[in-house]
Design a binder for this molecule. Structure first.
Ligand SMILES: *Cc1c(COP(=O)(O)O)cnc(C)c1O
Length: 383
């Protein structure tokens, strides 16, 4: 049976029917009082989800747009930027910084690993003249499924005096992420990941310290300009024509998140990711991120067993069960496959996915006790 496609990838993620129906309505005028009251509620609830007192800006773009909105409003030519790279998305920060003429230094680790806080501290301690102005980092690295200890890393950056710029595209909603409490200076995210709506919106929030750096930016972005967006947020408006339908859908999705409670939403993601990891281990599967402590709650990367290829696994899951899992990116292509537990995912989805994966691995000749994955999963989910 077709037309029952189910996405288990780290974005786009499944969208609730109530959100889809809201998005399907006729567009309304973006300067109408009706839309303004939607924006008022959305801006308020975004602060709740981002767990910040500061404004959260909304951009009509994918997540990368918000990454540009961060660095293009902070970096002047020649500025020193330290990029902490644990995968593709961390490297994207370095590329954007370089595109603005920054002097970029990288600290890079192998796929599946995370940044060691003592390594960061040592590098920043060496910077006695405080040349490093900005440190970019990724919370949940979607290309590997590893997650940095953002709380510790950002406190080290704050103690040095640099500005921390954090990619929270697959962590906001999925993992505890508290910019005000943890001293994250700039935090960005995107709509098609934890927010349960389709691609097309991106978000950014900035601390007072980050605003001081923004004020010294000689050529801030026009489309993503922070000051223009701040003014609009305060007027329950947007600087340009936004994706009105997506924002109406976001309003419904944010109400759902608020109703569940952000801590409960985080806890659900943790429970799902950890249960999935245990189930996969019970199936004799190898995880790219070995330690639970370093694992993202949004995405799990699996190394296929000897003799069974990633394309075969993905093809069988798609053809036999209409379940889509992601391949690895770049150098990890065909080396791992990735399962998302991000956004609108419930226990049933996980049971169905692990059951289907068992069926596929069994068919492809992988050696394990059929049923052990689902059994372990259910035991974990019922705890
Ligand atoms: C998806 C994603 C992005 C943004 O990608 P877009 O394709 O521009 O939406 C950035 N960082 C991470 C960690 C992501 O998962």
């Amino acid at each position: 049976m077709k037309d029952k496609s189910f996405l288990m990838i780290p974005g786009p993620t499944p969208v609730p029917e109530s959100v889809l129906l809201e998005i399907a309505k006729h567009p309304i005028g973006h300067r109408s009082s009706e839309f303004s009251s939607i924006l008022e509620e959305v801006y308020e609830n975004l602060k709740y989800v981002f767990q910040t007192k500061n404004d959260v800006f909304m951009y009509t773009s994918s997540g990368t747009g918000a990454m540009c909105a961060a660095l293009e409003n902070l970096v002047n030519e020649g500025d020193k930027v330290l990029s902490l790279i644990i995968g593709n998305f961390g490297n994207r920060w370095a590329k954007i910084a370089a595109s603005r003429g920054a002097n970029v230094e990288k600290i890079e680790v192998a796929p599946g690993e995370v940044i060691d806080p003592t390594v960061l501290k040592k590098r920043l301690d060496e910077d006695i003249n405080k040349e490093i102005k900005i440190v970019t980092l990724t919370h949940s690295e979607t290309s590997t499924g590893a997650a940095n200890d953002i709380k510790t890393l950002c406190s080290i950056i704050k103690a040095h005096g640099a500005i921390s710029v954090v990619d929270g595209v697959t962590s906001v909603c999925a993992m505890p992420c508290k910019p005000d409490e943890w001293g994250i200076d700039v935090l960005i995210s995107g709509s098609q990941k934890g927010f349960m709506i389709p691609p097309g919106l991106a978000f950014l929030t900035a601390s007072e310290r980050a605003w001081k750096v923004y004020e010294q930016c000689k050529h801030p972005s026009f489309y993503f300009d922070w000051a223009a967006h701040k003014k609009s947020v305060q007027a329950n408006s947007t600087p340009f024509t936004p994706a009105v339908n997506l924002i109406s859908g976001l309003n419904v999705a944010l109400r759902m998140i608020k109703k569940e409670g952000i801590d409960n939403v985080n806890a659900r993601h943790k429970k799902h990711a950890m249960a999935l990891r245990k189930a996969l281990k019970a199936m004799n599967m190898t995880l790219l991120v070995e330690n639970d402590e370093n694992a993202s709650y949004a995405i799990t990367s699996i190394v296929p067993p000897q003799g069974i290829t990633v394309p075969d696994i993905r093809k069988s899951l798609k053809e036999d069960y209409d379940i889509v899992v992601a391949n690895g990116q770049n150098q990890l292509k065909d080396k791992i496959f990735r399962m998302g537990t991000l956004g609108f995912v419930c226990d049933r989805d996980l049971i169905a996915s692990v059951g289907a994966l068992e069926a596929v691995m069994h068919k492809l000749g992988h050696k394990f006790n059929l049923g052990d994955g689902v059994k372990t999963l259910i035991e974990e989910l019922n705890k």
